[in-house]
Design a protein around this ligand. Structure first.
Ligand code: UFG
Length: 323
């Protein structure tokens, strides 16, 4: 039986997607160096521990397997760190992607799903962001996602690689069954940081900026539940099987919440007060990021099911209390 190879399948979004793939009967092999992923997140699939920077190890992962498609989640993801250490970001995110692409082409694979980001757009010129919005990433992390998208386009033209590049907005929440969740180190994302402040693991939540041109002055984001992201990957895979055509597709809800609104929702869900401190803006944060989800609905027949704020925070809260 052919297999789906999932690079980065032990990480946050990758592991939720592996779970969804398995639920739909796919045979999955995960390739992950466990630098940020967790062995116990790969519950129902084969795990090959290896580093995408090691070209031979990547090639070896394809040997002796009938790989039908590759999902590529593995990358460094911290925007702030990418400003400080651009070399690390360009090297890792680009070389690892090139190695993976070489290996899959050599193995005869022509189907790939890539984890891209809203960061490819840079500062929005209009909201909601549609996929044809100009691409002008302003941080090295976003640049690496943009560059891999360009490489994919060229590989489509030259080698017939068909891909779907999924541009995630704010991935959040945890598996509703409670078996998987978010655990970044260091944690920089808003919702886990709110929940850490609620439980006293940190002194307070830092609100980065209250002087944005938004109704309450805090930044607005489009939060999308990780289980909805996982479902979109499986739909994208099916779509490429039926009609092989490369696409760039946003994954968001077209609904935005400010930092203050997320805090208020977290207080409702947890029944506790969130201690806060107002800090200056974080470098590179834009006032509003909102996805148009029209293309995802049209091309993938995808509808977010878990992405209301209460469910996102409720599942993240259940996960955090387990950990
Ligand atoms: N925020 C706080 N306090 C925190 C953490 C975040 O106030 O402790 C604020 C941020 O300033 C921002 C919002 O909450 O306004 C959301 O911040 P996140 O760090 O959760 O997410 P970002 O929108 O900064 O980043 C996400 C992804 C990136 C991706 C980006 C798209 O994590 O990978 O969206 O631009 F690049």
């Amino acid at each position: 039986m052919s297999q789906i190879l999932v690079a980065g399948g032990a990480g946050y979004i990758g592991s939720h997607t592996v779970k969804e793939l398995r639920a739909q009967g796919y045979d999955v092999v995960v390739f992950d160096d466990l630098s940020s992923g967790r062995r116990d997140f790969v519950r129902d699939a084969e795990l090959v521990v290896g580093d995408l920077m090691d070209k031979e190890a990547v090639r070896a992962a394809f040997r002796g397997r009938d790989v039908a498609a590759v999902l590529h989640f593995a990358s460094l993801i911290q925007v702030g760190e990418s400003y400080l250490h651009p070399r690390r970001y360009y090297t890792r995110n680009l070389v690892s992607s090139l190695n993976l692409l070489d290996a899959l082409l050599e193995a005869g694979v022509r189907t790939m799903i890539f984890s891209s980001s809203a960061a490819v757009y840079g500062v929005p010129l209009r909201i909601p962001l549609t996929e044809d919005h100009p691409l002008d990433p302003f941080n090295p992390y976003g640049q690496t996602k943009f560059m891999v998208e360009r490489i994919l386009q060229d590989y489509d033209r030259a080698y017939g690689l068909k891909f779907v590049s999924l541009r995630y907005f704010n991935a959040s929440g945890a598996d509703p069954d409670g078996t998987l969740g978010e655990c970044h180190d260091p944690e920089t994302h808003l919702i886990p940081n709110i929940l850490r402040a609620v439980t006293g693991r940190t002194e307070a939540l830092d609100i980065f900026g209250e002087d944005f041109p938004t109704p309450d002055g805090t930044a607005v984001r489009d939060y999308i539940h990780v289980t909805d992201l996982a479902a979109a990957h499986v739909l994208a895979l099916k779509k490429l099987g039926e009609a092989p055509r490369s696409e760039f597709i946003n994954l968001g809800t077209n609904r935005g919440y400010s930092v203050r609104e997320v805090i208020a929702a977290a207080e409702r869900v947890t029944g506790r007060t969130v201690p806060v401190r107002v800090k200056p803006r974080r470098e590179g944060d834009v006032p509003v990021l909102l996805a148009s989800k029209d293309k995802a609905e049209r091309v993938l027949a995808w509808t977010p099911r878990y992405s209301d704020l209460e469910t996102i925070i409720g599942t993240a809260w259940a996960w955090q209390r387990k950990g």
